[in-house]
Design a protein around this ligand. Structure first.
Ligand code: PCD
Ligand SMILES: [Cu+]
Length: 832
């Protein structure tokens, strides 16, 4: 039997273009059957655009009850008494649940992904505003809501602390007083790299720069909020939970551990999900309350969050206070990088991180650069804010790390007065150095950074804009021009199991492929699509590897009763891990198909060849003696060879040898209005490299969506708190999301540098645009004011923030200073 299903790209695969310039669709690949590189229309869109999607809130069960959660108005308060009697007296209210009720079933607390223990309903002390205090179960949602308003809670209000630095002060209120060994609000310290070697490099450096920067608290803000329909079946002793989950299997394991219901008696179904973005990786109290209520009341119970509940209580992202330093030679060779971080983790340590890396892949802060020495340290603190630190379109803290290094490189370029493109080029890890081990010990699989940068520079017409920028400075123009670059590298595709886990479970993934007697197939995967298009792209992988038509392959996911165990979709891991599993499973099927082909064609198995172009199996040297996978499928069930079992299916559990390292170069040109501080995007170029591309159209969509989120990050989004711990950015009136109005035209391009260790040479891509774009945007806005001495502008760069910087360096124009206009009698601008 051949060993074709080993975990490396087939050397002869036609989609293996090392070079693929130009944004034109790669219609020439995939052989017309919808395989690799073809722009296959998304299979899932038929149901989505005809209103037939099936989200958690669409699920209705006979007798279903509704759950509404009573939340604390205070950020820090002792709960002295809860009186649910007025609610219970209401006609349609079935029950009021408190921590006391949950304690009876041992469900009052739940573990977080970081091994902390979070109250499901507050037992003693509220630790952040809007924390879950009680639950009302009623016959419909309105009654539940009315009931929740009638629950009376007696609070003793305590002093809150919302800022991480304040929380570490000696006199700060102790938030986690229920923990025996917790004397302050300090959670953990983490470090990576070689401190001494880095200090030595800094001591010897000709030039050093330092910059403080904040990565503000963000909310992933998926369109669909979180929710669950829990259904305890006392006849089967089985708990079925439909829930908004990015990781159904891991959630089932945790669920079973929390509830004591054996794992095989728990079924988690993640139906259609309206966006995940890392927000649906953790377990939330609402899920547990719904399940506990269903268990106690023996009826299905639905819980669905409102928007403000989602923003105010579920996993936030970022909230890192960072200081970064670079050491360099006089001619701009970067020799060392040092970072120090203060992380606000909220009231519980509920970040979504592999447990071996409590600060995530902050390891990628050396970026795309060949840097001799690196050292990073981080301190995490509890505060009276919602818990979180999820991987919002980010493989665990990659976004923060990329922001830091790409900002620092710009600051260094300004310090040395060299072009930011040139300083990058000078320090890139050269393409021939891959596989490359970074100063913090990570193995970059492949890259060609200079090529991506060159392409972006050309697409952006870089030299022209540099001249234009200079012209405007010289002419003292009303609108300044800024050009920002980010040449980022990401690290996606967790595992390997040896490095990455969720609550101890290794981050492998899986695929199970069954070809039916009539020649079509079902592929089941351990990952879960939330809009990415897996039902299409995973079918394309199988179409490519088996010569089948993409329409004859159905992809199933999200149901723990039927799918193989997988760790879920986040961290752009589906393609690198489950995509690999799908390819390997298909190759296993292909191997068996050869044996069946030999039987059908009455030839020796060694003489059977598979032809990727035609997708058929034939006898070596006799191309006309051929057989299709459909005919082989029939043979597998109706005339199987004695040497093989009947049937045609294979499973693969894939533990990647390394992660994959997608990269790109983004160039942003902005116009900054000196009078209003407003920023306009003149040009937005994004060149991405995710190795071999499965579906260029889907990738294009991923890039557009992710860039929009990058713009939201840089320009407007922030969850804010006042000193009393009130969330002041906790709804869409105050947490601003970009709309089509704020989004410019994107010009996308790509290069193709395959991953050498991935079966189809693919890397992840979903997160790249959100990771790579904020530093490009901030670099651009800063760049517009660099000549006057501005080195950094904090996100979100709202007009007032930008204007203050303009004002500080004497670039601001007072309103009206440069504008001539007349007012009409009503005080509006007069018509001319
Ligand atoms: N080379 C390549 C790569 C890739 N691809 C494609 O693309 C996509 C993506 O992919 P990836 O990168 O692998 O990723 P995934 O895993 O699948 O996913 C995930 C991501 O994804 C993104 N995107 C999206 N989209 C949508 N629509 N929705 C959503 O939700 C979302 N989310 C976001 C996020 S956030 Mo995290 O969770 O935070 O960590 S992570 C994330 C898919 O479909 C695939 O297949 C292709 O084609 N090719
Ligand atoms: Cu191609």
């Amino acid at each position: 039997m051949s060993s074709e299903h080993e975990n490396t790209p087939d050397a002869d695969t036609e989609y293996q273009h090392a070079e693929d310039d130009g944004p034109q669709p790669e219609k020439h690949c995939g052989h017309g059957r919808g395989g690799m590189g073809e722009e296959v229309s998304r299979k899932e869109d038929k149901r989505f655009i005809t209103g037939r999607g099936n989200y958690v809130d669409d699920i209705k069960k006979p007798g279903m009850l509704h759950c509404e959660i009573v939340r604390s108005p205070h950020a820090h308060a002792r709960v002295k008494d809860i009186d649910g009697s007025r609610a219970e007296a209401m006609d349609d209210v079935v029950a009021v649940l408190t921590a006391e009720d949950l304690l009876e079933h041992d469900l009052a607390t739940m573990p977080t992904l970081m091994d902390d223990t979070q109250d499901v309903l507050v037992n003693d002390k509220v630790k952040f505003q809007s924390q879950e205090v009680a639950a009302v179960i009623a016959k419909d949602r309105y009654a539940a809501k009315d009931g929740a308003e009638r629950v009376e809670v007696d609070y003793e209000v305590l002093d809150p602390v919302v800022d991480a630095a304040d929380a570490l002060e000696e006199d700060a209120p102790l938030i986690r007083d229920e923990l025996d060994d917790q004397e302050d609000n300090h959670i953990f310290d983490w470090e990576t790299g070689d401190r001494e070697a880095t200090e030595a490099v800094f001591d010897d450096a000709a030039v050093t720069i330092e910059e403080d920067m904040e990565y503000q608290r963000l909310h992933p803000a998926p369109i669909e909020t979180c929710g669950a329909v829990a259904d305890w079946d006392p006849g089967m002793d089985k708990m079925t939970v439909h829930m908004t989950s990015q990781a159904p299997h891991a959630h089932r394991t945790l669920f079973s551990q929390v509830s004591g219901i054996p794992e095989h008696k728990v079924r988690i179904v993640s139906p259609d999900v309206g966006g995940g973005f890392g927000n649906k990786v953790p377990i939330y109290p609402g899920y547990v309350v719904a399940a506990a209520a269903s268990y106690v009341l023996e009826e299905p119970v639905k819980w669905v969050e409102e928007r403000s509940e989602n923003i105010q209580t579920t996993g936030f992202a970022r909230d890192y206070d960072m200081t970064g330093e670079l050491a360099a030679t006089e001619d701009g060779e970067i020799t060392g990088v040092k970072v120090d971080v203060l992380a606000n983790h909220g009231a519980y340590n509920a970040a979504a991180q592999p447990s071996k890396f409590p600060a995530g892949f902050f390891n990628i802060f050396t970026g795309s650069y060949d840097i001799e020495a690196a050292y990073g340290s981080l301190t995490a603190a509890f505060t009276n804010t919602a818990p979180g630190g999820v991987a919002y379109r980010c493989s665990f803290r990659v976004t923060e790390a990329v922001y830091l290094i790409e900002r620092l490189v710009k600051v260094l370029a300004d310090e040395l007065d060299v072009d930011p493109a040139e300083i990058r080029r000078k320090n890139f890890i050269p393409s021939e150095a891959f596989p490359y081990e970074s100063a913090t010990g990570w193995n970059y699989d492949s890259g060609d950074y200079e090529k991506a940068l060159d392409k972006a520079l050309e697409m952006a017409d870089y030299d022209h804009y540099r001249e234009e920028q200079q012209r405007r400075i010289e002419e003292d123009a009303d609108k300044l021009l800024g050009i920002g670059i980010s040449s980022f590298t990401e690290v996606v595709g967790a595992g390997p199991g040896k490095q990455c886990d969720i609550a101890g479970i290794e981050m492998f993934d899986s695929a199970d492929l069954r070809v039916n007697p009539t020649g079509n197939a079902v592929l089941r995967v351990g990952v879960q699509t939330q809009g990415q298009g897996h039902e299409t792209t995973f079918a394309q992988i199988v179409a490519e590897e088996l010569g089948m038509d993409v329409d004859s392959i159905t992809v199933e996911h999200g149901d723990t009763d039927t799918e193989p165990y997988g760790l879920g979709t986040y961290g752009s891991r589906s393609t690198p891990v489950a995509g690999a599993a799908a390819a390997v499973a298909a190759r296993k099927v292909r191997d068996k198909a050869k044996s069946i082909a030999a039987n059908e064609l009455e030839a020796a198995e060694e003489d059977i060849e598979w032809d990727r172009e035609s997708g058929e199996f034939h006898v070596a040297g006799a191309p006309d003696r051929s057989i299709t996978i459909t005919e082989i499928a029939a043979g597998a069930y109706m005339n199987h060879p004695d040497s093989e079992e009947p049937g045609l299916e294979a499973t693969n559990y894939y533990d990647p040898p390394e992660m994959t390292y997608p990269f790109g170069s983004y160039i942003v040109v902005v116009e900054v209005d000196r009078e209003t501080g407003e920023v306009d995007f003149e040009k937005f170029v994004a060149v991405d490299d995710c190795g071999n591309r499965i579906n260029p159209m889907i990738i294009e969509g991923q890039i557009h969506g992710g860039l929009a989120q990058g713009i939201g990050t840089a320009m407007m989004e922030e969850v804010t708190y006042d000193d009393n711990g009130n969330v002041t950015g906790g709804d869409f009136m105050n947490y601003l999301l970009p709309t089509a109005n704020e989004i410019p035209n994107f010009e996308t391009g790509h290069t193709v540098t395959p991953s050498p260790h991935h079966p189809i040479g693919a890397k992840g891509v979903g997160e790249s645009p959100t990771v790579g774009s904020p530093p490009a945007i901030v670099n651009a806005v800063t760049d517009a004011m660099t000549h006057a001495g501005v080195s950094h502008v904090e996100m979100p760069m709202t007009p007032d923030v930008v204007w203050e910087h303009l004002d500080e360096v004497g670039l601001a124009q007072k309103p009206g200073q440069n504008v001539e206009f007349e007012l009409d009698e009503a005080g509006g601008p007069a018509d001319d």
